[in-house]
Design a protein around this ligand. Structure first.
Ligand SMILES: [Zn+2]
Length: 528
């Protein structure tokens, strides 16, 4: 009967009166009446830093269209998720990953290690290593489908390597212009900014002024600057010197600067987290938009060569390095400097091999390997490098520094995920489990805010990072009692558990804790 009256009304009544009759029944607005997904009874931690509150979250298409009491509003949806006892939060945003290869690979494009952590957006192309053609890569991701949203940075190392090569030469004017043009093209193709890895050769050969010139190009296009700094320990200019260099780049290029995976690397600089934070605060006071990110582990992940070999020995690339290793004129100096670098890292027992061509080395520490080879640790390292190298977990951080960085509001969460290190599979759940729920070092709203909204705002990612009407529906639902990392240094590829639902652009990618094989991620492009 009611249906008949409505049909009749639609035919005979003018639109204004019709709307008064119908629209008023489904307030707040007719637009939210029929939803695709409705998450009910959960505790919403919305990313703003505000306290948890009980609220329902309604999604239609790829957007959040309702946050409030759905029962009161008589809202219905095709899919209702009961989140009683669960936390509902914005999907995490990871500003430093090494997922360029994963996302482009048919077998790994789901980005499962991240989805299962509740990460819905990854930034990649960090450390100065990226795709030379940003546009083609983003297009490929669009066409083949990806599991999470993804953002690319223009890589300074990729660009410098292309224009100047693996040498320590300084650019000519023409080469500088060529590099600038490549940064500009990457930005026009959708990159969100430029990344550097000034610790690594050949980027380490670039002077600050060169970096500033290229950062100015990214800045003019509305981009940001992300860096693995020239030094995180006591190798060259020191941790604080490197922060000062980063701040100078921010000031002179007029660009927001992001310090990737901030740490005080090695006993020489332990305790400097305090000075590091002071420098960042001072920069903020001087209107430099500085931010840092951190992963919650006491070992960094790198390779044996990058951690021990001095940069002068890498000039010209691997072939030249191998010649120098066997050159009786050069070898003694190389060994002396590598011994000093090993000390900076905390000694031979602080380096754990996580990946190597010779698989019998994996899971062993450098001191044990050296003993079994009957050589000194540095000589053993040189043999491994000659045989193709190895990835290492380098235990070089103090708990005091890790805690101090984590508590600071200028430090967000990032994984820096790499093969062989548990951070790729565990970063975000580990921070929740260990630092929020078990140790109570930081609060849940703070952790969520500094894993979503702050990152989105700083990187200029529009309409993401908050549970808010109008925002993209990147939403996670997790069990605060069960959420945890499982990956360890011995078994680094164990997926995290406890993320019951992961919704990406409105589509359920993880359902009851299992991947749905839905590729709902998008290649995001910087909006000009
Ligand atoms: Zn890095």
């Amino acid at each position: 009967m009611l249906k008949k009256i409505r049909t009749l009304a639609i035919i005979i009544l003018p639109p204004a009166i019709l709307c008064w009759l119908i629209c008023s029944r489904v307030t707040p607005s007719a637009a939210v009446a029929q939803l695709d997904v409705l998450i009910v009874h959960g505790k919403v931690v919305d990313g703003s830093g505000n306290k948890p509150r009980t609220a329902d979250v309604g999604i239609r298409g790829d957007r959040i269209v309702f946050v409030g009491n759905a029962t009161k509003q008589h809202l219905t949806a095709s899919r209702i998720i009961d989140a009683a006892g669960m936390i509902v939060a914005p999907g995490f945003i990871d500003p430093h990953t090494h997922t360029l290869g994963d996302l482009s690979d048919e077998a790994r494009k789901s980005n499962l290690p991240y989805l299962m952590q509740g990460v819905t957006t990854v930034i990649t192309g960090n450390d100065g290593e990226s795709a030379l053609n940003v546009g083609d890569t983003l297009l490929k991701w669009d066409q083949q489908g990806i599991g999470t949203n993804a953002i690319l940075l223009a890589g300074f190392g990729t660009i410098r390597g292309r224009v100047i090569g693996a040498t320590d030469a300084q650019p000519t004017d023409a080469q500088l212009e060529e590099m600038k043009a490549l940064v500009a093209r990457a930005m026009d193709d959708g990159a969100f900014g430029m990344s550097t890895g000034l610790y690594y050769a050949p980027q380490s050969y670039a002077k600050t002024e060169e970096v500033i010139e290229l950062a100015k190009v990214a800045s003019a296009k509305g981009g940001v600057y992300d860096t693995h700094m020239r030094d995180e320990g006591s190798y060259t200019i020191g941790l604080l010197g490197a922060i000062n260099e980063t701040i100078r780049i921010g000031r002179e290029a007029k660009i927001p600067v992001h310090i990737s995976h901030i740490k005080a690397l090695g006993p020489d600089v332990w305790g400097q987290s305090k000075n590091a934070i002071d420098l960042m605060k001072k920069a903020r006071a001087n209107k430099i938009e500085i931010l840092a990110c951190q992963y919650p582990y006491d070992a960094s992940g790198t390779n044996l060569q990058a951690s021990l070999v001095p940069r002068w020995a890498e000039v010209g690339g691997r072939a030249e390095l191998l010649k120098r290793i066997d050159d009786p004129q050069i070898r003694p100096r190389l060994i002396t400097e590598m011994e000093a670098n090993l000390k900076r890292r905390g000694g031979a027992d602080s380096l754990l091999i996580t990946q190597a061509r010779d698989s019998s080395l994996v899971g062993k520490r450098l001191d044990a390997i050296a003993r079994s080879m009957n050589r000194t640790p540095v000589e053993a390292a040189l043999e491994i490098i000659k045989a193709g190298g190895a990835a290492v977990a380098s235990f070089n951080m103090s708990e005091t520094d890790i805690d101090r960085f984590m508590k600071n509001k200028l430090v967000v969460t990032c994984s820096d995920g790499s093969t062989g290190h548990p951070r790729k599979y565990g970063t975000f759940p580990k921070k929740l489990r260990t630092y929020v729920f078990d140790r109570k070092l930081i609060s849940l709203p703070f952790m969520i805010r500094n894993s979503s909204a702050v990152t989105a705002q700083w990187f200029r990612i529009p309409d993401r990072g908050l549970i808010r009407e109008g925002y993209f529906a990147d939403v996670i639902v997790f069990d605060p009692k069960a959420v945890t990392d499982r990956a360890t240094y011995e078994q680094p590829e164990l997926l995290a558990t406890g993320m019951l639902y992961v919704i990406v652009n409105g589509r359920v990618a993880v359902d009851h804790g299992a991947f749905t094989a839905v590729f709902a991620g998008r290649a995001l492009r910087r909006q000009s």
